[in-house]
Design a protein around this ligand. Structure first.
Ligand SMILES: Nc1nc2c(ncn2[C@@H]2O[C@H](COP(=O)(O)OP(=O)(O)OP(=O)(O)O)[C@@H](O)[C@H]2O)c(=O)[nH]1
Ligand SMILES: [Mg+2]
Length: 383
């Protein structure tokens, strides 16, 4: 059901007449849940439930439920429960329901007899709120500790100078499928929204034999509610810290541009705007050729692939090899004057620290990329 309004009804989100219409649909169809593609205030949710007499789930709650089903890592799980508690806090409903029921199925054992700890004059709902807040504080501390661990890992990767590639994109675009294609990683692929929550990082090799890491990320959605942004953070940081973004877009979608734009908005939000991006138009096997042509015309650096059939993978790997920043190596060499071209390349492709013309040739200190360093290897003076 859709309704066009200037703004949501303050009481029931949709208008009161529309709410009655919705109640009739619920009765006729025997539906047990109403899902609303929007964010309801706690009051709107309660009022709407009172009218339709079944459970009402808004967009945030639905996304949280999906996250909860798919979170695998400890940090992912903790972040989801934190977001769930934050969501529940203003929505607790009185005496009747137990906390665990309100927290949604499969809750992490947060309920339990609150009677014993209830302070004087505190109602059940106040007790519940206090306990949730305490639990949230504990959870935040735990997440902060987990983050430190992850940062250390990331720093190690940096120090090792293995360039990192993040696969980002709208949910269901085929990010995990692409990761599997590129690395044979066996990451969960599902035809469901948000199959991925925990950051999954693999090591891989470019055709020219350079090592890099490839990180799968959670799918982006438009208008991501704020407390979900927090729950996403681990993956987003991965994107912001990467050396290259493979921005996967579902080419079989009639208007992939919308998803591209939505994802770019989030990339901007996490400050990853200066990370180079390759647009990977996926699902070529199921796409309208006209849409693919349009995308290739519009996007500077785009490539059409199919993670399913393997189409375009060789080209993608070649492109990735070209776009990955070259790690810099410091060299100290004595280059004979007959090899002047090599010295010129150090100037053009690298950064010359010092240059001295001796009787035996050019004594050069420079920072250059790995391939060039290899060419200078014959001229490293014997120690
Ligand atoms: N036809 C076709 N389907 C594909 C292709 N790549 C992926 N799919 C399907 O698209 C669906 C989503 O793929 P995933 O790889 O899980 O997508 P994702 O981007 O990782 O999704 P989230 O992790 O949920 O954000 C699955 O049903 C895949 O089988 C492709 O090249 N062609
Ligand atoms: Mg995935």
């Amino acid at each position: 059901m859709t309704q066009r309004r200037d703004k949501p009804d303050p009481a029931t989100y949709i208008g009161s007449g529309k709410a009655l219409e919705l109640r009739d649909i619920v009765l006729e169809s025997g539906a047990d849940t109403v899902v609303c593609d929007g964010e309801l205030s706690p009051g709107q949710l309660i009022h709407l439930e009172d009218v339709v007499k079944v459970k009402v789930v808004d967009r945030t709650a639905l996304i949280l439920d999906i996250f909860a089903q798919h979170a695998k890592s400890r940090e992912g799980k903790a972040q989801v429960s934190l977001a769930q508690m934050q969501y529940m806090l203003p929505r607790l409903r009185g005496w009747g329901q137990s906390l665990s029921r309100q927290m949604g199925g499969g809750g992490s054992g947060s309920a339990g007899g609150g009677m014993a700890t209830r302070g004087p004059g505190e109602t059940k709902i106040e007790t519940d709120r206090r306990r949730i807040r305490e639990k949230m504080a504990k959870m935040r501390r735990e997440i902060a500790e987990m983050k430190t661990g992850r940062d250390i890992k990331r720093q190690e990767r940096r120090r090792n100078k293995v360039p990192s590639v993040a696969i980002a994109g709208y949910t269901n675009a085929g990010k995990s499928s692409l990761l599997n294609r590129l690395t044979g990683a066996g990451v969960l692929v599902e035809n469901a929204l948000f199959a991925t929550l925990d950051p999954t990082v693999r090591r891989a090799e470019t055709p020219s034999g350079r090592l890099y890491t490839l990180a799968d990320t959670v799918g982006f959605v438009r208008h991501l509610p704020h407390h979900l942004v927090e729950a996403f953070r681990s993956t987003m940081e991965e994107v912001g810290d990467s050396d290259l973004i493979l921005h996967v877009v579902d080419g079989s979608h009639p208007v992939p541009e919308e998803q591209l734009a939505a994802v770019r908005e989030v990339i901007r939000d996490v400050g990853a705007t200066d990370v180079p991006e390759i647009v990977v138009v996926n699902k070529a096997d199921a796409a309208d050729p006209l849409v693919l042509q349009r995308l290739l015309r519009q996007e500077k650096r785009a490539i059409v692939v199919s993670a399913r059939t393997g189409q375009g993978m060789t080209e993608l790997l070649t492109l990735l090899d070209e776009e990955l920043p070259r790690p810099q190596v410091e060299i100290e060499v004595l280059v004979p004057y007959t090899q002047g071209a090599l010295v010129s390349r150090a100037h053009a492709e690298g950064e010359v620290i010092s240059e001295e013309h001796t009787a035996d040739g050019t004594f050069l200190k420079a920072r250059v990329h790995e391939e060039l360093a290899a060419e200078f290897r014959p001229f490293v003076p014997a120690a």
